[in-house]
Design a protein around this ligand. Structure first.
Ligand code: NAD
Length: 699
């Protein structure tokens, strides 16, 4: 059992001990129940204190138990809370560091709560498409007041105990300990003081009302509706808290229970839970043990102070790590530094960054024109022009000057990382670090593992990614890695849809309704249509049999590269990002269609979404099969954090699983019948065909 039992004189102490955050899995729940039974059976024990070992009181549900039958097995959390509440001897929670989700619900089942300063308090279930399911929606409003409690439940945000202490009339905490170190001792003393109090106070007995009643809940519903169109959970949180104000405690608990169970079954919650687990799983590499010794990374060099180099540097400056930037010419360095300054100054103006932090960050940045200044740096990231000859020159220089053990990384988006590694005599130290633009903003980092990249280099850069708050996914070496290889197929389908009868706005609207942050044509305008054009020109040489729509080439021939030229698939007003449909572009598409002899047809939003999303899925299945991605969930992470795929859909692979792989394959067979599409592409990848035939899923 993962809870300890001790007796301190006449007070029993139950300590949750399930690292890292004392998750309330079955063995912890059993431990609490056993400790309560022992304490209540011992005549020498007058009161009971519950606390958590290590770095938390409790972080709530045990993620190792997610979706497993033991999560519901008795004693479930509600039963354990029932045991605490019904205890004939006073139960005091000694809370410190972290009290979240089920952990907070457990504490609310105690008769008293003693808290340490600086404790993080939250009911974050809404972030997983759920609501607190062990009384949180019924008990928190009773101790904190309806409005502050509802705000916490609907947002899932963390609030510090010191803030909550100031809430007028709050009954969440009965005593404020002087430190996390002394909270148990102080709680034991407090428990002794309360040993003879009868009847024992219970949160369930407190009144629960909002002075404005229905008017307040109407207002709250409106607020929530605006914020959460794709997510049912926040509105349901309002229903549950309203029930706390209108019904007796047990009836309110029944309402919470019903809502919780219904939310568990929604696709949104399944997807969000998948995402939560996938993000944690992404940092694990199957053949790299978690105890692999790491290389120390205390200094960084960035080669190239352009768009990417500057953004990459900012990530490290933000994390307090010194960065040296190298360019060939002083004016390029000056421009790069000026851009970084401008970005930080904008943050200072918007009050998102304090002046002293800005000064600290800039002080960590130095520049050089000489490779010899980089010798002692632990990690160097190259972000120069995307030309293999330029990369060769840079990596030969790095090989010459860098100390043994330095990690040499390239930010290339299309070039062969193994080839780049071969320019050095230390390919085991070379890795791809594919940042996304803008590199200081986008969360995704594709870590490209070369054939010879050392395991400790992989482990080290995954740790570096975490330090700079990126979500890293490992990709093998192939053209486009995981994300861009898939997006190429998505773009190709977008082109066919225009040829067959769609306008760019129709396609974008359908995808945005599905939940994408941006449809494919708005995204092209943002990234620059010339990038896709350059790739297609290369493909026309490499793969002459591959079918492409030529519409995007016609657009580029007009110089309509997107936002940067003020015109792409749409028009743009300087300084604004709104996409304004352009009649000439629509006419251009129509004329091209006519020239090809195509009679346009009306294409449904459903077909648009399916063709675009399933093109991602089929390419991804090849990527998985080839071992370029380690697991399907990594692909979901790439798309959610790098390409604006809607989180409530859980990523393309999760979405395909939700639709059912049988249905996905059926749809592909239909698309293959379309003479204007690419029948060969729509042959399901062998892995997809196999999983569909066996009735299985990707994840
Ligand atoms: P950029 O043109 O904005 O910047 C490149 C910089 O490298 C320039 O400042 C240039 O002066 C400098 N440079 C060129 N040769 C050099 C050399 N030999 N030594 C030192 N400095 C040199 O380009 P970018 O968009 O920042 O792209 C850089 C790299 O990042 C490319 O490999 C690109 O494929 C990759 N990348 C770009 C994006 C993107 O969206 N822009 C996204 C991911 C990856």
């Amino acid at each position: 059992m993962t809870a300890q039992y001790q007796v301190h004189g006449d007070v029993a102490l139950i300590t949750l001990d399930n690292p890292p955050v004392n998750g309330l899995g079955l063995s912890t729940r059993q431990g609490i129940a056993a400790g309560m039974a022992q304490a209540n059976a011992d005549v020498a024990v007058k009161a009971i204190v519950i606390t958590g070992a290590g770095k938390a009181f409790s972080g709530g549900a045990d993620i190792k138990e997610f979706g497993k039958p033991t999560a519901m097995q008795e004693p479930n959390l509600n039963s354990v809370i029932g045991v605490l509440e019904a205890s004939p001897k006073p139960v005091v929670a000694a809370i410190h560091t972290v009290v979240m989700g089920g952990g907070l619900e457990l504490a609310l089942g105690c008769h008293y709560r003693v808290v340490a300063p600086g404790t993080s308090v939250a009911l974050p279930e809404v972030k997983l498409g759920l609501l607190p399911g062990a009384g949180g929606t019924q008990r928190l409003p009773r101790v904190l007041g309806v409005e502050p409690a509802l705000n916490m439940i609907v947002s899932g945000e963390t609030v510090k105990s010191d803030m909550l202490a100031m809430a007028p009339g709050q009954k969440l905490f009965d005593k404020f300990a002087s430190s996390a170190e002394s909270v148990v001792e102080e709680a034991i003393a407090f428990a002794r003081e309360k040993a003879d109090v009868r009847p024992l106070p219970m949160v369930r007995d407190l009144p629960c009302k909002h002075p404005l009643g229905d008017a307040y809940f109407a207002f709250a519903r409106n607020m929530v509706k605006g914020m959460s169109k794709n997510f049912p959970a926040p509105a349901k949180c309002v229903d549950a808290v309203e029930a706390a104000t209108k019904q007796k405690f047990d009836a309110g608990m029944a309402v919470e229970r019903d809502i919780f169970i219904n939310l568990m079954w929604t696709a949104e919650s399944r997807s969000l839970r998948h995402l939560f687990l996938s993000e944690r799983a992404a940092s694990k590499i199957p053949d790299v043990p978690s105890d692999t010794p790491l290389r120390a990374i205390d200094s960084i060099a960035v080669i190239g102070a352009g768009t990417m180099g500057g953004g990459i540097a900012m990530n490290f400056l933000n994390a307090g790590i010194p960065v040296k930037m190298l360019e060939m010419k002083q004016d390029a360095l000056d421009r790069g530094v000026a851009t970084i300054r401008k970005n930080y100054e904008a943050q200072v103006t918007k009050k998102k960054l304090k002046q002293d932090k800005y000064d600290e960050r800039m002080a960590l940045l130095t520049t050089t024109l000489s490779y010899d200044d980089l010798t002692g740096t632990d990690l160097v990231i190259e972000a120069v022009f995307e030309e293999i000859g330029v990369k060769e020159a840079v990596f030969k220089e790095l090989d010459r000057v860098m100390k043994p053990g330095s990690i040499l990384a390239s930010n290339t988006s299309t070039l062969d990382v193994d080839k780049i590694a071969s320019f050095t005599k230390r390919p085991e130290d070379v890795v791809g670090l594919h940042f996304f633009s803008p590199a200081n903003v986008m969360k995704l980092l594709e870590v490209v593992r070369g054939a010879k990249t050392a395991k400790d280099v992989m482990a080290t850069v995954m740790g570096v990614a975490k330090n700079i708050k990126k979500t890293a996914v490992v990709s093998g070496v192939c053209d486009g890695f995981i994300g861009n290889r898939m997006i190429e197929q998505y773009g190709r389908q977008g082109g066919f849809l225009l040829d067959e009868g769609c306008t760019p706005a129709q396609v974008d609207n359908a995808m945005e309704k599905f939940g994408m942050a941006m449809g494919p044509f708005r995204m092209g305008d943002l990234a620059g249509n010339d990038i896709g054009w350059a790739i297609r020109k290369r493909r026309y040489q490499e793969k002459p049999d591959m079918k492409y729509s030529k519409t995007a080439d016609l657009l580029c021939e007009k110089g309509r590269f997107g936002q940067k030229t003020g015109a792409g698939w749409y028009d743009y007003v300087a300084g604004k990002r709104d996409a304004i449909p352009n009649a000439e572009v629509v006419t251009m598409i129509e004329e091209h269609r006519k020239a090809l002899g195509i009679t346009p047809r009306k294409i449904s939003d459903e077909e648009i979404v399916q063709r675009l999303v399933f093109s991602l899925v089929n390419e991804a299945a090849h990527i998985l099969e080839e071992g370029i991605a380690n697991k399907a969930s990594d692909i979901d992470i790439v798309y959610i954090f790098g390409y604006g795929f809607p989180p409530h859909r859980g990523g393309p692979m999760n979405y395909a699983d939700e639709v059912g792989l049988f249905n996905v394959v059926q749809a592909m067979a239909r698309f293959a019948q379309n003479p204007l599409d690419d029948a060969k592409f729509w042959t399901p990848a062998p892995l997809l065909a196999k999983l569909a035939a066996e009735g299985k899923t990707f994840n």
